[in-house]
Design a protein. Structure first.
Length: 490
């Protein structure tokens, strides 16, 4: 029986482990933490539970496919419900928008409050869908370093469509041309942050991202986002996968150009037929493969943005808020310029996720769990302890102004994650949330491929490699790796 080691138990690592085990591999997952999930884990504070990282669940079909590949019914492990309200948006000029899954309701509000055309939303989302179907999924589902990818006629056709689909415009330019109001331009600019990028530099191709959330839907996992992790672990145990927590891999061993196994921090050496790294690719090379030079193209990658997250237990319910809420800065361009230069802007966009709105067990009755995040640069030695005080003051001032009520006085528990802590907890280089950004228009071609080009039986999955960050893309990377390995066995 073929023996495979998975380094890291992020969602991609858990998914590829399940896919390989379902095909008869003997799989062991190694995780340095005492818990699985990587960023997709949880934090508890008093009687409150928080999803530690990702808070938006889209493309549930791609998660279901992991269970189906093992011949299992996904609903025996995991379930979810579709959100009717996708997000509440607030601007400092007093305007606000409740973005419904129902296009008609949202379009009417966009017309009456922001002066947009009646067809502005539907036209945008139809073009977003067309881009995704013509170009997006082709690249998200195929390995970048396989000749079969580039000889595929669908891929060839997609390449010729790139200029037509705004490849060489910025996302901001695309949105500014389509929408009349600065508020709607800013709203659709924010989709660049879904992969840690800057809307004023990232390609207009990423106007396909709204299709995934607004056309296909946003969902609430029953039990919270952590249930995605738990369900995959339960599946893995049913498939005979061995999970070794508190087991830090310190080296991937190689001999004569082939991967031979791993070494652990306790000195234990274990032989494997293949190794899949779900660890940040930059750290995989620097820490686990010190004798192997990383691809030169990685030198051209720019880190994605990071986040500073407050986890607040609130002793009050705020009915005006929903599961997802955005309080926009007044100068979005300056906010991203600050991130690019390694500093924090004076005026920040604030995101609040409240999972207790749909999963009441996350907070005591009459209370709420607030996941409060602002986008910040990666860790380059900033004084994050001092920033914690500054950011809390800025955030509370903004929220209390927009909501017209006290917020700080209702915080009864507080935990934080800053970029430095994110780096340590999730082994993300410098605390980057998505590995590399997509600010470079050729970023999709610069990412580490899912199979090492020179070391046999060494593979990569997760948000720092092809096809990118976020839950759906991590699941796609797991599928690509499993497909590559299956093809090699034929």
């Amino acid at each position: 029986m073929s023996k495979t080691a998975i380094v890291g138990s992020g969602i991609a690592g858990l998914a590829v482990a399940a896919r390989l085990a379902a095909e008869g591999h003997e799989v062991t997952v190694f995780e340095k933490n005492e818990f699985p999930g990587g960023k997709l884990s949880e934090i508890r504070s008093g009687d409150f539970r928080f999803d530690a990282g990702p808070s938006l669940f889209t493309m549930p079909k791609w998660l279901d496919e992991v269970f189906e590949s093992a011949g299992k019914n996904p609903r025996d492990y995991f379930d979810f419900e579709r959100l009717n309200v996708l997000c509440n948006y607030y601007w400092q000029n007093g305007k606000s928008l409740r973005f419904y899954a129902d296009w008609d309701l949202t379009s009417k509000a966009m017309v009456s409050r922001f002066g947009e055309r009646e067809s502005a939303l539907s036209d945008y989302l139809l073009r977003s869908e067309k881009k995704y179907q013509s170009v997006g999924e082709i690249f998200l589902k195929k390995p970048m370093n396989a000749l079969s990818t580039w000889w595929n006629m669908q891929v060839v056709k997609a390449l010729f469509k790139l200029p037509r689909y705004d490849m060489f415009k910025t996302l901001h330019q695309v949105n500014q041309k389509h929408f009349k109001s600065p508020e709607m331009v800013q709203l659709f600019n924010r989709y660049a942050t879904y992969n840690g990028s800057d809307p004023f530099r990232t390609s207009g191709m990423f106007s396909m991202i709204p299709h995934i959330e607004l056309n296909l839907g946003a969902y609430a996992p029953k039990g919270g986002m952590i249930e995605i992790t738990h369900s995959l672990v339960r599946l893995g145990k049913d498939l005979g996968i061995q999970y070794r927590f508190s087991s830090e891999v310190t080296k991937i061993t190689t001999r004569s150009g082939s991967c031979t196994g791993i070494e652990l921090s306790n000195g234990e050496k274990i032989s494997f037929d293949r190794v899949v790294s779900n660890m940040d690719v930059n750290l995989t090379y620097s820490r686990l493969l010190p004798e192997i030079s990383p691809p030169k193209k990685l030198n051209f990658e720019e880190r994605s943005s990071s986040g500073f997250i407050f986890y607040w237990g609130m002793n009050k319910v705020f009915p005006e808020l929903d599961v997802h809420n955005i309080f926009f800065s007044s100068d979005y361009r300056e906010e991203f310029k600050a991130i690019q230069s390694g500093r924090i802007a004076d005026d920040l966009t604030v995101y609040i996720n409240i999972s207790s709105k749909y999963h009441s067990a996350d907070a005591p009755e009459g209370m709420e769990n607030w996941f409060v995040m602002v986008n910040v640069p990666v860790d380059t030695g900033q004084d994050w302890t001092e920033y914690r005080k500054l950011l809390k003051t800025k955030i509370l001032k903004r929220l209390e102004s927009d909501l017209g009520t006290s917020v700080g006085g209702h915080i009864i528990t507080e935990e934080v994650l800053d970029p430095r802590m994110l780096s340590k907890r999730t082994m993300s280089a410098d605390g980057a949330l998505y590995g590399s950004s997509s600010n470079n228009k050729w970023a999709a071609f610069l990412r580490q491929s899912n199979r090492h080009s020179k070391v046999r039986n060494l593979y990569f999955c997760g948000g720092s490699v092809h096809p990118g960050g976020g839950i759906p893309l991590c699941l796609s990377s797991a599928e690509i790796v499993a497909d590559i390995i299956r093809g090699e066995k034929k």
